[in-house]
Design a protein around this ligand. Sequence first.
Ligand code: AHR
Length: 524
Amino acid sequence: MLRTLLIGFGLTALAFTDPGMAAEKVHLSVDPSKTGAKIDRNIFGQFAEHLGHGIYEGIWVGPDSTIPNTRGIRSDVVAALRALKVPNVRWPGGCFADEYHWRKGLGPLDKRVVTINSNWGGVTEPNTFGTHEFMDFIDQIGSESYISVNVGSGTPQEAAEWLEYLTTNQPTALAKERAANGHPAPYKVGYLGIGNESWACGGNMTADYYLSQLKIYSRFVRNYNPAQEGKRQMLKIAVGPGDANTEWTENIMKAYRNREWSWDINGLSMHSYTVPKWPPSYASVGFGAAEYSRILHSTLQMENQVAKQSAVMDKYDPAKKVALVVDEWGAWYAPLPGTNPGFLVQQNSLRDAILASLNLNIFARHADRVHMANIAQMVNVLQAMIITDKEKMVLTPTYQVFKMYLPFQDATFVPVTFDAGTYTNDDIALPRLDAIAARDASGKLWLEITNLDPEQPTEIEAELAGIQVKSATGDSLTAPKVDSVNSFEAPNAVVPKPVSAKVQDGKLALKLEPKSVTVVALDQ
Ligand code: AHR
């Protein structure tokens, strides 16, 4: 099957059909002379909501915990996330954000106001992880803050005061309060989310109603940090569509085109989960090739979602000034038996690693419009990087993929041409292969290839136009089963292993294991 997303690139196919052959052979060509857009490091962003054990236990254990921590933030999780070079973290929600009142998360920990997390299990929210704790966490992991302000049940004034509290260096009452709470210097807020899913949990607003709110918040919620002037300014992200809703996008983008000087946005959010059935009913573990195929087929719809929304945005913003920000994506499965269904607890398997690579590749191919994405969610919730259980921590297969993709952060996209072939399971047909290439800041070329086929290996013969490759080395991630996971008992069941590729006559020969994700550097 010729992947539609490859239309526009010339294709050379070399399909071996001899049934006796162990591996399909695929010819792939990379043309480094034709470069594309920068793959913004922000597409590797994360999302941390006050939901289940996403924050409490996953990140925050409190300064008195026996779990090693720095000012209440667990050290093992920080070390793991530092290694991922997380570019930005979206917080405090999600649906939670539109009921969050920032003042409740200030002051001495034992005096914090306890509230109810009405969105997620109706449990108590201790508010011990508030503004200062989040900014400390961001600093500890070396990331940037993406703060989602409350449009649904808050006011523009509340949001404006939050941003003044965070960012001003003037001696205002709010700056003095921040200093009294332990942080005299202004914080940096990289990204501002103006509401969340305002068409649903964020207040069931019509697009017109939301637009009037957007204009007010965009005008009055200011960042005062002098270090964020000019190129370093805070980017404002409006609520965008969920999945296929282009009408919402039309409304916002049309208003953007006709906007007055007094308001602006830099991004439009899009939420698109891999959830073939609602409520989520697919199991996150204990499945075979059929469910593996169905989920991957469903995740590939991201290509259509992004293309559809981008087309509408192109109409009103041909200069591509407004980024499409896919700030909630990932697999959403049935809650694990025995867990609180409101906590969205699921396992994370090799299938999720492959799913992550397919989505990251889609974002990379749309790098001219998609400048940011946030997988849902960072720790213990949905498609997590990290799973904890009290003092124990394990890194998921999805974490491993994000680590393998580090060279693609801020690299320049390079087109790859290949015939993906087809893997079929019942009525589901999947491309057998996916691939992207990019050049990093040092000039090194990187190639990522995903073999979706759960049964057959693939032999790649890669040609690099105009350059002589001497060797290629990197890592490959696979495991015995499509639902193999990393557990506390066996944390290294799904971890990348080194691979190297032979180079003959300037061509690279690389064998890909079934159901694998491979990233190699091409040494010239
Ligand atoms: O990520 C879980 C929830 O999914 C978020 O809170 C919400 O924005 C979305 O519907």
